[in-house]
Design a protein around this ligand. Structure first.
Ligand SMILES: Cc1ncc(C[n+]2csc(CCOP(=O)(O)OP(=O)(O)O)c2C)c(N)n1
Ligand code: SF4
Ligand SMILES: [Mg+2]
Length: 313
């Protein structure tokens, strides 16, 4: 691939070769990328994730037409509204199926999905497992605040036991899910964890996730200052907590070792826990499509249709 619009690694089927090389275009600025005034509460962790997404786009010289930002419903899922590029604010819990269609049909795009813990693991839980196991190429950043923010404080699948909410007035009784363990066991090929209070780390994780050829999942702790203030203080050195990075000798290809790290009690570990190389659904489907097209090479549409009808006789 010679003249890509971006400096990011070229991908199979890249459609950008007819457009000006990246060096002939000015990098996008935050001003050009920022759309609308974010409607999040002052101090919400989601601001930091958005700012770092802009930084990522600027740094990697991704042009408007080469990225798509997709989300479901929730405070965090308002994300695409605030990005001046193609994007979709879709149905609660259904961002991943929508993103899968985009990813499989447009191999030249970087597909980013943002959303909340409720969107990802409650109503969207099944989609999460299947998108992970199918290894569909996209980056999924879950802004985990351990609560339903938009609907004003209900228990979420990641709320710890004892958390008092409108749905558990006496404290949450059910055991929370562990997003990292769930991602690893579902078959995600890239699993990382970060927190909005460490901007450099967020950028590093999003960049590594973007470069992964497959389904890359990043759990980003993002505090809801309105309904779960202080939830992540134990992971924030500025609040007396500890920010432990994944040990330097951890083998990211070792699934069992990753699972053990993911199981550590809060504040746990931050960084890339797991990374595996395995064929994507994108690559597998591209092969099937190429083989099918080879069979009808040179035929007109009506001849292909006729062949199909003849087979049905
Ligand atoms: C089908 C459907 N069910 C329920 C809702 C109501 N609803 C909107 S957002 C939300 C949960 C939001 O929590 P989360 O995904 O954690 O995002 P946050 O607001 O915390 O960022 C719910 C239950 C909805 N919009 N659509
Ligand atoms: S309610 Fe919570 S998650 Fe929603 S914008 Fe406010 S602080 Fe952020
Ligand atoms: Mg939430």
């Amino acid at each position: 691939m010679s003249s890509s619009l971006t400096d990011a690694p070229a991908r199979a089927g890249d459609l950008t070769s007819v457009v000006l090389p990246a060096s002939d275009r000015k990098p996008l600025s935050k001003k050009e990328l920022a759309a609308d005034q974010p409607t999040w509460c002052p101090g919400c962790g989601d601001f930091s994730v958005l700012a770092l997404y802009f930084k990522l786009i600027e740094k990697r010289k991704l042009w408007h037409e080469k990225i798509t930002t997709i989300a479901g419903i929730g405070c965090s899922s308002r994300f695409p509204y605030f990005v001046q590029a193609h994007g979709v604010h879709y149905i609660h819990g259904r961002a991943l199926p929508f993103a899968s269609g985009v990813s499989l049909s447009r191999p030249d795009l970087h597909v980013f999905v943002f959303g909340g813990d409720g969107d990802a693991f409650s109503i969207g839980g099944n989609h999460f497992n299947h998108t992970a196991r199918k290894n569909i190429r996209m980056t999924y950043v879950v802004m985990d605040n351990w609560v339903y923010g938009l609907t004003k404080k209900q228990t979420s699948p990641t709320s710890p036991q004892g958390f008092k909410s409108k749905t558990d007035v006496g404290g949450a009784v059910d055991r929370p899910i562990n997003p990292l363990k769930q991602a690893i066991s579902a078959g995600a090929t890239f699993v990382a964890r970060t927190t909005h209070t460490n901007p450099n780390h967020v950028l590093q994780m999003m960049e590594a996730a973007m470069d992964h050829d497959g389904f890359s999942f990043v759990e980003c702790l993002s505090e809801c200052v309105e309904f779960y203030e202080g939830a992540f203080d134990a992971s924030n050195p500025r609040k007396g907590g500890v920010f432990n990075t994944v040990p330097a000798d951890h083998d990211v290809a070792d699934e069992i070792a990753a699972y053990k790290l993911a199981d550590a009690a809060f504040p746990g570990y931050f960084g890339i826990l797991y990374k595996a190389s395995c064929p994507t659904k994108n690559a597998n489907e591209a092969k099937i499509n190429a083989a099918a097209q080879e069979k009808v090479k040179g035929l007109k549409d009506w001849q292909i249709l006729k062949q199909t009808f003849d087979r049905l006789k």
